[in-house]
Design a protein around this ligand. Structure first.
Ligand SMILES: Nc1ncnc2c1ncn2[C@@H]1O[C@H](COP(=O)(O)OP(=O)(O)OP(=O)(O)O)[C@@H](O)[C@H]1O
Ligand SMILES: C[C@@](O)(CCO)CC(=O)[O-]
Length: 313
């Protein structure tokens, strides 16, 4: 056991397939190097202590909103038979509850930190074993895409129950990510769609299948380097996600603004109901212009990622 353990995890962006991925459809996602979470853990004298922007104080007094973290720590303590109290520091640049996977990232960063502290190699399989339990608490019925993307290093094509395959996002285009500044409600959005599934199974299932087909078309467009088609797929997906009740006026406003300003396509990313949107720009110049336009239109923050020169995290 070392004196200190550290672990890092990036955020994630879902390009296509959020929500329908919960119902077995394919989705495309990538670890997002623009944001990340660092966890540091060491022994503490009297009691276990958490230091984070969400909460700082004794672990025993952590609020219910951090139950995913406390449950994860319980499993890790049990697994490694950690006999003493600890001090855990969480430093994050991932805006929480904005569709960027902060819950999975915090779980991956903590798990890696504990493995490092215990001097055991943190393979992706081992990390996922713990992170999936934390995500079940955070999301209720997670597809596993956030945990899989964030514990890996490459863009992936993911299908619940089947697994994932690395997927090269090699396209001459840029993705602009904008944060509405409004908290999303992934858990509630997933629950409400489950209710729609019960109330209107035929229609809702059909919408999920269509979202799945759009992801497959987007996959083809990426392989053929056809940004216009990817943009169309994103727009059609956004139309369906809106029908499913996962968009809101803040997202709609930024999405419309992007489309009025030469974006090839735009949609929400992640759980929705707030959180982040993504827009596809033809080149870096138009992407950077779009970033400023979205900030002027009220976005809290923006990022840009080149899809042709995808940088591994
Ligand atoms: N900086 C942080 N410190 C401690 N816990 C955090 C931090 N950021 C996020 N979390 C944990 O993650 C939870 C937020 O997860 P939630 O699923 O609501 O958002 P998200 O993962 O960012 O969104 P999405 O799943 O749509 O990508 C918080 O309730 C908290 O438990
Ligand atoms: C909304 C959702 O599809 C993605 C959240 O990042 C939920 C999930 O897949 O668990």
């Amino acid at each position: 056991m070392k004196s200190i353990g550290t672990g890092y995890a990036s955020g994630k962006i879902i390009l296509m397939g959020e929500h329908s991925v919960v119902y077995g459809e394919p989705a495309i996602a990538f670890p997002f190097s623009g944001t990340g979470i660092q966890a540091t853990i060491r022994a503490n004298k009297i009691e276990s202590w958490i230091e984070s922007s969400f909460f700082h104080g004794p672990l025993s007094e952590a609020p219910n909103t951090m139950r995913n973290v406390t449950v994860l720590l319980w499993y890790l303590v049990k697994h490694f038979k950690i006999p003493e109290p600890f001090y855990l520091k969480i430093e994050s640049s991932i805006p929480a509850e904005r569709g960027m996977g902060s819950s999975a990232a915090v779980a991956v960063a903590i798990t890696r930190a504990v493995f490092d502290w215990m001097e055991e190699p943190a393979t992706q399989d081992k990390v996922l074993h713990f992170v999936n339990q934390a995500e079940a608490v955070a999301h209720g019925n997670p597809s596993g895409i956030d945990a899989t993307t964030i514990s890996g290093t490459e863009p992936i094509l993911y299908q619940k129950g089947i697994g994932f395959q690395p997927f090269q996002l090699n396209m001459d285009a840029f993705l602009v990510v904008a944060d509405t500044g409004v908290k999303g409600q992934t858990r509630k959005a997933v629950k409400d769609i489950a209710k729609l599934m019960e109330l209107r199974p035929y229609e809702t299932n059909k919408q999920m299948r269509t979202l799945g087909k759009l992801t497959s078309q987007a996959q083809k467009a990426i392989l053929q380097n056809r940004p216009q088609i990817l943009g169309d797929c994103m727009n059609q997906a956004q139309g369906l996600l809106r029908l499913l009740g996962t968009s809101n006026r803040h997202l709609d406003h930024l999405i419309e603004t992007a489309l009025e300003n030469h974006a090839l396509g735009a949609k929400l990313t992640g759980g929705g109901r707030g959180g982040c949107m993504i827009a596809l720009a033809e080149n870096e110049t138009s992407g950077r212009q779009l970033q400023q336009i979205l900030l002027d239109a009220g976005a809290r923050n923006t990022w840009i990622e080149g899809l042709g020169v995808y940088a591994h995290v």
